[in-house]
Design a protein around this ligand. Structure first.
Ligand SMILES: [Zn+2]
Length: 215
C-alpha cells in the first residue's frame, strides 16, 4: 500500500508571509494611440484608491520632467536618465505601491531589469507604457526585455489609422518629406518644429514606404 505524501507545513509557506508579489505590465502601441493618456488615467485611478505612486518618463513631448498627453492631461514625473537606478529611486520615495513608467521603450535594458526587481523583491506594481518598435519596425531593446519579462502584455487598441484607413501599426520617420530607414534609433523630433517627423502607417505602407496622396 502506497503512502500518501506528507506535505510539510513549511513547504506550504515557502513564499514569506507579508510579501506580496507585484505585477509587471507592459502596454504598447504606436504613437498617438493614447499611451500617455492611459498612463495618466491609471495614475489618477490608483491615487483615488489611496495607493501611493510614482510617475517616471523619458523624452516626454513636453521636453520637461512631466508626462503630458495630446488631449491636455499632465502630471509631474521623474525624468529617467540612463544612469538612474530605478530601485534606489523608488526606495528613496518609499512607501510606493506602484510605479507608472511612460516612454519605457527609451529606458535601458538594465532599468527594465530593475523594474522586475521592484515587482519581485519589493512587491511594487509596475505599469510600463511605450512603443514596441522603432522607425525601422525593429524592436527597442527595452521593449524587447519587457516582452520577455512582463507578467502581462497589452497591445493598446489603436485609435490611429494609416492614411489608407487600415489600423496604424508602425511609426515611420520622415526627413525632408521622405521616409528613411537608417539612422539613430532615437531621434526626438515630434515637436512640430524639428525637420524630423514621425507618421503612423499600416504595415503594408510602412513596408512599401508609401506616405499617401497628401505627401
Ligand atoms: Zn496604409
Amino acid at each position: 500500500m502506497t503512502e500518501l505524501p506528507v506535505i510539510e507545513p513549511s513547504a506550504l509557506s515557502a513564499v514569506p508571509t507579508g510579501t506580496r508579489d507585484g505585477v509587471l505590465r507592459f502596454y504598447f502601441g504606436p504613437m498617438d494611440c493614447g499611451k500617455s493618456t492611459l498612463a495618466l488615467q491609471m495614475n489618477y485611478n490608483h491615487g483615488r484608491q489611496g495607493r501611493r505612486g510614482l510617475v517616471l518618463t523619458k523624452h516626454d513631448r513636453s521636453g520637461g520632467p512631466q508626462v503630458t498627453s495630446r488631449i491636455g492631461l499632465g502630471s509631474e514625473a521623474v525624468e529617467v536618465h540612463d544612469d538612474l537606478d530605478l530601485v534606489a529611486l523608488v526606495r528613496g520615495h518609499a512607501p510606493v505601491d506602484y510605479v507608472i513608467c511612460d516612454e519605457a521603450c527609451f529606458y535601458t535594458v538594465e532599468q527594465i531589469e530593475q523594474l522586475a526587481d521592484l515587482t519581485d523583491d519589493h512587491g511594487i506594481d509596475v505599469y510600463a507604457f511605450g512603443l514596441a518598435s522603432d522607425f525601422r519596425s525593429q524592436m527597442f531593446p527595452a521593449a524587447q526585455r519587457l516582452f520577455e519579462l512582463a507578467d502581462e502584455i497589452n497591445r493598446l487598441q489603436v485609435e490611429v489609422l494609416c492614411w489608407c484607413g487600415r489600423p496604424g501599426r508602425l511609426n515611420a520617420r520622415i526627413v525632408g518629406g521622405r521616409m528613411v530607414r537608417t539612422g539613430e534609433q532615437v531621434v526626438i523630433g515630434d515637436t512640430g518644429h524639428a525637420p524630423v517627423r514621425y507618421q503612423v502607417l499600416c504595415r503594408r505602407h510602412h513596408r512599401s514606404g508609401d506616405l499617401g496622396p497628401s505627401d
